[in-house]
Design a protein around this ligand. Structure first.
Ligand code: ADP
Length: 590
C-alpha cells in the first residue's frame, strides 16, 4: 500500500497519523466529557423533579391541617378563653397523632400557646409565647404562615405552617402545625446523592450532607443575620458560608465546595421561596473522561497497530517483489552476458572463418591466375635466356664491351619479375588484423596492377575516372584490396564472352564518406538475384567456376570497417557495385 512512498513522505504520513490519533483522543475525551456532563445534567433535572415532589408531598399533607383545626369551635373558644383546655389539648393530640405531625398548637392573639398536642410532654408549648415568629405574625395578618426554623422550646428543627383563627370576622388567634422532616432528610442521606434545600436567606435547611446543615450558600448580609437572630430562626447555629459561588473552571454549572467539585443544578420550589439543589461530584465526570480516554487510546492504538501491521506487510511484500525483480534481472543479465559471450565467440569464429575464406579466396584467385602469371613470368625468362645467349656469344667473340645493354635488359626484366612476385606476395599475405590508415587509391592501384595481365588477356578496358583527392580510411589494406579484387573479378566473369568489356572505377567523397563505384558493361544482375547477392554460397556460376563466397566476404569486410555496399543495375546496362566507407578524420582530402 505504501511501498511507492519515499522515506520523506512516509515520515510525514506517520507524523500525520500520530497527529490525527492525538486529535481523535482529544476530541473523544472532550466530547465524552461534554456528553457525560449533558447526561448528568439531564439526570439531575429528573432527580430534582423527584426530590421536589417527595418534599411537596411531605409538606402538602399538612398544609390544610391548621385551616381545618381553625374551623373547630372549641379552638375558637379556647382562644377566647371560654373553652375547655383539657378537651382541646386532647383533641389536638389526637389529630396530631393521626396526621403524624410533630406538634399541633393554638396561640392567642399575643402569640401565647393556649392549647397544644404536646400538652403532656416535658417540653410542651403551653404558655410559651411565639409572637416573635414570622409565621405567627403572617397569620395574625390573615395569611397562611410558612416558616422553617429550630424550635425554641424543643431545639428541634421543623417546618411551621399556620392559619389564622377568626371569630365574627376578627382574627383572635393562630393555629400552627410543626412538621419535622427528619425522616425525609434521613432518606436523602441514605440515598447517597448530594441534594439540599436552601431557604430564602440561602441557609441550607434540609440536606443529604449532614455537615452542610445550617451552612449558607453565600455569606449572609448583616440585615439578614439580624433578622434571623430576631426571629430566633436558627438558634445556636453559626450559619457559616459554604462559598458555593466559587466557579473553579469558569463554568457556571461547576462549583467547588471545600476540596470537592460538583456539577450543580438548582430548582426553585414553587409556592415557596426555597431552592432545591442537586449536586453531582465531578469525580464521576472525570471517571467517564478517563474511561473515554482509555477506550480511545486503546482504539487508536489498535488502529495504529493495524495500520503499522498493514504497512509492515506491504513493505515486506514490496521488498519480496523487489528481490524477485532483482533476481529476475540478475538472471536476465547472466543470460545476456552468456549470449554476449556466445556472440563474441561466434563473431571471433566467423571472423576467423572469414579471414580464412579471404585467404582461401586469394589462393583460389592465385590458382586461377597461375596460367596468366606463368605467362607473365615465362616471357621475361625467355627474354633473359636470349639475352644470356647473346652475352655468351659476345664474350666468345671477345667483345665484352658490348655486354652493357644486354645486362641492362636482363636487369630490367628481373625487376619486372620482381614486381610481379612482389604483388603476388602482397596479395597472398594474411591480414594482420591491425587497422591502419589505408589509401583507397593505392589499394585500387595494387589490385589493378595485380590483375593487369588478366585484364589485358581478356581484352577488358579498365577506366579510372579522374579524382584529385586522397581517400584515407581506417582499415586493413589487405582486406580492402580483397574487396576490390572480388568485385573486379566478378565483373570480368560477368563480361566473359562479351565483345566489348569495360570496367569503370569512380572515386568520390561526400562529407565524411568515401564512395567507390565499380561498374561494368556486362549483362547486369537479374531481379531475383539482387536480394541474394551477398548471401554466402549464392552463385549463378557453373560448378567449379564459383563458390558464392566472394560477395559475402566482401560484404563482411566492408561492414567491419563501418561501411556499406550495395549492387544495382545501371540505366545503360551492366552492374554497378557501390561501396561507402567512413573517412578518417582530417584526412578526407588533401
Ligand atoms: P561467385 O563469384 O563464386 O559466384 P560471388 O559471391 O562473388 O560468388 O558472386 C555471387 C554472384 O553474384 C555471382 O555468381 C553472379 O551471379 C553475381 N554477380 C557478381 N558480380 C556480378 C556482376 N558484376 N554482374 C553480374 N552478376 C554478378
Amino acid at each position: 500500500m505504501f511501498y511507492w512512498l519515499s522515506t520523506y513522505s512516509r515520515a510525514s504520513l506517520s507524523l500525520a497519523g500520530i497527529a490525527i490519533a492525538g486529535l481523535a483522543v482529544w476530541l473523544a475525551v472532550t466530547s465524552t466529557g461534554n456528553i457525560a456532563i449533558d447526561q448528568l445534567q439531564q439526570t439531575a433535572q429528573a432527580r430534582l423533579a423527584l426530590y421536589e415532589s417527595t418534599l411537596r408531598a411531605a409538606v402538602d399533607r399538612y398544609r390544610y391541617l391548621p385551616y381545618v383545626v381553625s374551623r373547630n369551635h372549641d379552638i375558637a373558644d379556647i382562644v377566647s378563653g371560654n373553652g375547655n383546655a383539657d378537651i382541646t389539648n386532647r383533641y389536638l393530640e389526637k389529630v396530631n397523632e393521626r396526621s403524624g405531625a410533630a406538634a399541633l398548637y393554638v396561640m392567642d392573639h399575643t402569640g401565647t400557646t393556649v392549647a397544644a398536642s404536646n400538652w403532656n410532654t416535658p417540653d410542651n408549648y403551653l404558655g410559651k409565647n411565639y409572637g416573635f415568629r414570622p409565621y405567627f405574625k403572617e397569620s395574625l395578618a390573615g395569611q397562611d404562615g410558612f416558616f422553617y426554623g429550630i424550635g425554641v422550646t424543643t431545639g428541634r428543627s421543623g417546618l411551621f405552617i399556620s392559619h389564622p383563627i377568626s371569630k365574627d370576622g376578627e382574627i383572635i388567634g393562630v393555629v400552627a402545625v410543626k412538621l419535622e422532616l427528619d425522616e425525609l432528610e434521613q432518606n436523602w442521606q441514605g440515598g447517597g446523592e448530594t441534594v439540599f434545600v436552601s431557604d430564602a436567606d440561602s441557609v441550607i435547611i434540609l440536606t443529604s450532607r449532614s455537615d452542610w446543615k445550617y451552612r449558607t450558600i453565600r455569606p449572609l448580609t448583616v440585615t439578614e443575620r439580624d433578622r434571623i437572630l430576631r426571629n430566633r430562626q436558627y438558634s445556636g447555629q453559626e450559619l457559616l458560608p459554604l462559598h458555593m459561588d466559587e466557579k473553579p473552571s469558569g463554568d457556571d454549572d461547576i462549583v467547588k465546595i471545600g476540596n470537592e467539585q460538583f456539577l450543580f443544578d438548582v430548582k426553585p420550589i414553587s409556592g415557596s421561596d426555597w431552592n432545591l439543589f442537586y449536586l453531582t461530584p465531578m469525580d464521576y465526570v472525570a471517571e467517564r473522561r478517563t474511561s473515554a480516554l482509555l477506550i480511545t487510546i486503546i482504539g487508536s492504538g489498535l488502529i495504529l497497530l493495524t495500520v503499522l501491521f498493514l504497512r509492515e506487510r506491504e513493505l515486506k511484500l514490496a521488498s519480496q517483489r523487489k528481490s524477485l525483480e532483482f533476481a529476475r534481472i540478475q538472471a536476465l543479465n547472466a543470460r545476456l552476458e552468456q549470449e554476449i559471450g556466445e556472440r563474441r565467440k561466434t563473431e571471433a569464429e566467423l571472423r576467423g572463418t572469414q579471414d580464412e575464406l579471404v585467404q582461401a579466396g586469394k589462393l583460389a584467385a592465385l590458382g586461377q591466375m597461375s596460367a596468366a602469371i606463368a605467362h607473365e613470368i615465362n616471357q621475361p625468362i625467355a627474354a633473359i635466356r636470349t639475352f644470356c645467349a647473346s652475352a655468351k656469344l659476345l664474350l666468345e667473340r671477345g667483345k665484352p664491351e658490348k655486354l652493357g645493354p644486354n645486362i641492362s635488359q636482363i636487369s630490367a626484366l628481373t625487376e619486372r619479375m620482381g614486381a610481379i612476385t612482389g604483388q603476388l606476395k602482397t596479395f597472398s599475405r594474411k591480414s594482420t588484423g591491425v587497422l591502419e590508415p589505408v589509401n583507397i587509391k593505392s589499394a585500387l592501384d595494387n589490385v589493378i596492377q595485380f590483375l593487369s595481365s588478366q585484364l589485358h588477356n581478356e581484352g577488358c578496358v579498365l577506366e579510372q575516372k579522374e579524382f584529385d583527392g586522397k581517400l584515407i580510411v581506417h582499415a586493413d589494406l589487405v582486406r580492402i584490396e580483397q574487396v576490390f579484387l572480388n568485385i573486379i573479378r566478378n565483373a570480368l566473369d560477368a563480361m566473359d564472352g562479351d565483345l566489348e568489356k569495360r570496367i569503370v572505377v569512380e572515386l568520390s567523397n561526400a562529407r565524411d564518406q568515401a564512395t567507390i563505384r565499380i561498374s561494368d558493361t556486362g549483362p547486369g544482375i537479374d531481379k531475383a538475384s539482387l536480394g541474394l547477392l551477398f548471401d554466402p554460397f549464392f552463385t549463378t556460376k557453373d560448378p567449379g567456376q564459383g563458390v558464392g563466397l566472394g560477395l559475402s566476404v566482401t560484404y563482411g569486410i566492408v561492414r567491419d570497417f563501418g561501411g556499406t555496399i550495395r549492387a544495382y543495375n545501371r540505366a545503360d546496362g551492366g552492374a554497378c557495385f557501390e561501396i561507402q566507407l567512413p573517412l578518417m578524420r582530417g584526412d578526407q582530402t588533401s
